[in-house]
Design a protein around this ligand. Structure first.
Ligand SMILES: [Zn+2]
Length: 325
């Protein structure tokens, strides 16, 4: 493990790592458009969330998030804790979330009981996910404890700070303030990420390759009968689009809504699906489309469970289940 002392300035390290692009001040210019999408957080053991349910960055869409990698045995990580607590308090009204990713170095740090004890003793109340196997660490190409990332409302990494914040807390705080002031994205906003590359086919092609039931839902916005395709899958896995194979929902986000349609509280990534308002006046609903093939999947409603409060009500025939891990 590389412990950074405060004699190493964040900027110097960044340029040494060739990460200088991440120091670009927050603006809505081309550079911001090209900022990297933050990898989704994974891991099942969470502290300080409702019922210890996992949080995802996808569910944070429209809000600013601070992600900090740390481990409680690292003195440089501990030195940053008061700053995180100050941000938590300062930006509470703007719904900025601090999320700690606890990637341990030693077996003692790996024991979740010790993490929990440390959180309690230090009165840390923001969400923390344990990263025992270093899965998040690898997904984020992480190298140093501690590292702080600022994620904008569209889910992009807009700033990275490596090492202790001492002396630079004010400038990072300014970044957060700037990101908070940016407009929240709407479904068709130009700020929208374009990671998903579209596929288009003719109606005849879709008709030839989809089952009649899948064609009716995906291409003609039909609705299947309830209880026709809501199988309970005991395994962990991913629900993909029956039209194009794009990953749409993780099985962990599936819940029993009692409607007879497969229901999820969030998509696997914010940009896996697209939203479109359909209907008029009282009948307005938000339609959910596959972001890749623009196939109709279902609708989203605001009567879902924690942590998002959303219910993605899907047609099972538009989804395929793939068991994973
Ligand atoms: Zn699709």
């Amino acid at each position: 493990m590389t412990i950074l002392t405060k004699t190493l300035g964040g900027a110097a390290i960044l340029s040494a790592l060739g990460l200088a692009t991440l120091t670009t001040p927050p603006t809505r210019d081309a550079k911001a458009q090209n900022a990297a999408t933050a990898p989704e957080l994974v891991g099942k053991r969470w502290f300080n969330t409702p019922q210890n349910q996992p949080l995802t960055l996808a569910a944070r869409r429209g809000k600013v998030t601070v992600v900090e990698f740390w481990t409680f045995g690292c003195s440089n990580c501990r030195a940053n804790l008061p700053a995180y607590a100050r941000w938590q308090k300062k930006f509470a009204a703007q719904d900025v979330a601090i999320i700690g990713v606890h990637t341990p170095e030693t077996d003692y740090e790996r024991d979740p009981k010790n993490v929990e004890k440390f959180l309690r003793e230090q009165n840390i109340t923001y969400p923390v996910v344990t990263d025992e196997s270093g899965q998040n660490w690898r997904r984020w190409n992480q190298q140093y404890w501690p590292t702080v990332y600022l994620i904008d409302k569209v889910g992009r990494v807009r700033h990275q700070h490596i090492g202790e914040l001492q002396g630079e807390e004010a400038s990072v705080t300014k970044y957060i303030e700037t990101l908070v002031k940016e407009p929240a994205p709407t479904a068709k906003s130009p700020n929208r990420r374009t990671k998903v590359s579209k596929i288009t086919k003719t109606d005849a092609e879709w008709k030839a390759e989809l089952s009649p039931a899948a064609y009716n839902v995906l291409r003609q916005k039909g609705t299947e009968r309830p209880y026709s395709n809501d199988a309970k899958n005991p395994q962990h896995g991913v629900y993909t689009c029956a039209g194009c194979g794009q990953e749409l929902f993780a099985s962990d986000a599936k819940f029993d809504s009692g409607t007879g349609w497969p229901s999820f509280y969030q998509p696997i990534e914010a940009d896996a699906v697209e939203e479109e308002v359909d209907g008029k006046f009282f009948m307005k609903r938000t339609e959910i489309l596959c972001a890749r093939c623009e196939g109709h999947l279902g609708h989203v409603f605001n009567d879902g469970p924690a942590p998002t409060g959303l219910r993605y009500c899907m047609n099972g025939v538009a989804l395929k289940f793939e068991a994973k891990e």
